[in-house]
Design a protein around this ligand. Sequence first.
Ligand code: FIX
Ligand code: ZN
Length: 428
Amino acid sequence: MKRQPAAEENTDFEPIPVETRLGNALSQTPLLDIHTHLYDPAMGKMLLWGIDDLLVYHYLVSEVFRYLPVPYEDFFALDKEQQADFIWNELFIQHSPISESCRGVITTLNMLGLDVNKRDLKNIRKWFSKRTVEEHVNDVFELGNLRGVVMTNSPFDREEIQIWKRGFKRDSRFLAALRVDPLLINYKDTVPFLREQGYDVRPELDETTRSELRRFLSEWADKIDPLYLMVSLPPEFTYNVETSRHRLLTKVVLPFCRERKMPFAMMCGVTRAVNPSLQLAGDSMGRSSIESVENLCRTFPENKFLVTVLSRENQHHLCVAARKFRNLHPFGCWWFNNIPTLIDEITNLRFELLGLSFTPQHSDARVLDQLVYKWTHFKESLILTLGEKYSALEASGWEISDKDIQRDLKGLLGGEFETFCREESQNK
Ligand code: FIX
Ligand code: ZN
């Protein structure tokens, strides 16, 4: 029998647009959030959640001072609920909440099932007051379709140290990452703290000090079982200078990561406290040296580097660097990049230069509920960016099956990261 032309075969049914298929596949792909500031619920009040924590998020604190003519110290002298009242009134009632962080609160409340149109903060508080942390964690994980989140665990935080030392039954959805900023940013001032914790270290990096610092990292890694070691770095960080940071990096941190086969995560480009009066909201950013990232990747081929950058201007170079070094895994649209305009741009850059070999997003959530909006908004963007790439391929004659979509999403939403963590660096 004569074969009918394909177009006629399909007269009864319209092909499902690739964006729709992508949306369906997304809702069936549980994701791993590779960097947050959330904590295992067993760590008690370290895990922030609920409406007041949502409202006093430092992203919103910076925004409220655009309108609020009160001195910073007067605002910070208020208790959490009073600060939240101010923010609600100024950013949600007196103005339309169109910024990304404001819209995030609305998306979150709406998806949790609250009627945001009532604009009734009292009622919202009442709703949250009836919830338990356990049910809230479960609901948020379900709404965000999350299978796990990576915490940021600091062995320099006294409250956190106590909790780990006491011990607790871990929730397997909350994975650890070992954060060592004080060690690499401010080593000399950290020496007394480390000595107090029982490590025989000195400001000079003599042999005993180096081995004691390795012992410090080892003991913490044994205790918390981190996926990676991490630091945030100022824009002026460069690899090629003879500083104590350089020696710490090359003689302590990188050998430790190699020994444990653990990636070293560098979050590049943060300038802390440009406006100290704003407290946690007072950090800014600058352009980093991707040349230094390249130098590190080349000089330490047996180390694996997870890198995110805060400056938009660094994003293109970071993609090019990742094309040169397979021991470099770019991740996330960090902080000021976590806005739809830049997520679209950065994700497109990465697709076009790296295919699918990176992790496009992490949430950086500080409040449990933020997982809902940060991932929902990111997925809106992913449907557009990846959908466009698939459509372009189909226009070139390459059909994308649902299986292809599922495989690609699995990689983007945690799978590529896990493979990178597992693999021996093959850059040797
Ligand atoms: O250094 C970091 O991990 C940053 O993400 C935070 O310090 C920052 O305050 C933040 O919350 C960004 O989203
Ligand atoms: Zn962070």
